[in-house]
Design a protein around this ligand. Structure first.
Ligand code: 13P
Ligand code: SF4
Length: 307
């Protein structure tokens, strides 16, 4: 089967079997092309609440499908590949967070959405990279524990110096692998380009940027700008997508290391196999009503404060 034939079959099956396909912007282009909704973490968790279809196939990583499930307990939710996890989501164990909360009960716990459902059950509010600053500013509490990404946390802290924000040592292994020397080198190679980065990068890289923002923020900024050249400091797929959608501009990836293996593990055959026989081939997300209700409190709070 060619890629085109597979895509046609997927489009036919998703209609027949009443599936909505959601894809994070970092997954492979051939999957993005057949998805109903494509976006960053905030857009996906907001839009998944209003899909009319009976079933959901999430092309992304585990915590995203888990979030989709807790917001849609009446639907079947599948993840595109059983091994698509986010290493950052597993960095803090619930037991450690319980101990920290006991030690400092007056801190409000803000969790990056890249966390497991088990951890979300212990948190007060979730944030995504596009909503973190807005939400933490709006919160009544001035004493915060931000988990698990210390780079996004440092970005929030720098944007809201009036709040007492405590960070832990966690982060995205992909974004945080880029060094300030690599950022300087990219700027030297492309002196006329604007430098756009994701706040999951280390603070020294974010400080060197002309703009820092979420995946959608970077895409919107580059599209609206009247500048012609951009260094893109996030997953490689975004530089490629922008180049494809804006052929009159030039996009240079900050580093070739910016590939998320977990986002790239899902293939078009995985999507096709799931739709052909979801019960047999699909990886269904299962969660008890109680687990979902407890974990979604902080997602509901994010959606309420994020509007
Ligand atoms: P956003 O989709 O919020 O930009 O986050 C990027 C990311 O690393 C997702 O795992
Ligand atoms: Fe996790 Fe980083 Fe991959 Fe996003 S890019 S899924 S944060 S490892």
């Amino acid at each position: 089967m060619t890629v085109r034939e597979m895509q046609d079959e997927i489009l036919k099956l998703k209609k027949e079997k009443d599936f909505c396909i959601l894809a994070h912007s970092y997954v492979k282009r051939e999957i993005i092309e057949i998805a109903d909704i494509v976006g960053d973490s905030f857009k996906l968790s907001r839009d998944v609440c209003s899909t009319p279809q009976k079933n959901i196939l999430f092309c992304g990583v585990h915590f995203m499908a888990e979030t989709a499930k807790m917001l849609n307990m009446g639907k079947k939710v599948y993840l595109s590949h059983p091994n698509a996890g986010c290493p950052m989501a597993e960095q803090i164990q619930p037991e450690l967070l319980k101990q920290m909360k006991e030690r400092e009960p007056d801190r409000t716990v803000v969790a990056y959405i890249n966390t497991t459902a088990a951890l979300k059950r212990l948190c007060d509010v979730c944030v995504t990279s596009s909503s973190a600053v807005r939400i933490v500013k709006k919160m009544d509490s001035d004493k915060i524990l931000f988990i698990p990404d210390c780079n996004l946390g440092a970005y929030v802290k720098a944007s809201i110096p009036e709040k007492d924000i405590k960070l832990l040592q966690g982060g995205c292994p992909v974004h945080s692998s880029v060094t300030k020397e690599e950022a300087a080198k990219a700027k030297e190679l492309h002196p006329d380009a604007l430098f756009l980065v994701h706040p999951e990068c280390i603070p020294e890289v974010v400080e060197a940027a002309d703009y820092a923002g979420s995946t959608s923020g970077i895409i919107d900024f580059a599209k609206k700008s009247d500048k012609k050249q951009f260094i893109i400091g996030t997953e490689l797929e975004i530089a490629e997508t922008l180049q494809y959608e804006c052929p009159d501009k030039e996009f240079f990836p900050l580093s070739k290391k910016l590939i998320c293996p977990d986002m790239k593990i899902s293939t078009l055959p995985d999507v096709l196999n799931t739709l052909q026989d979801p019960e047999k081939n699909g990886f269904e997300i299962k969660m008890s009503e109680q687990e979902a209700a407890e974990a979604r409190r902080c997602i509901d709070e994010m959606l309420r404060l994020g509007e």
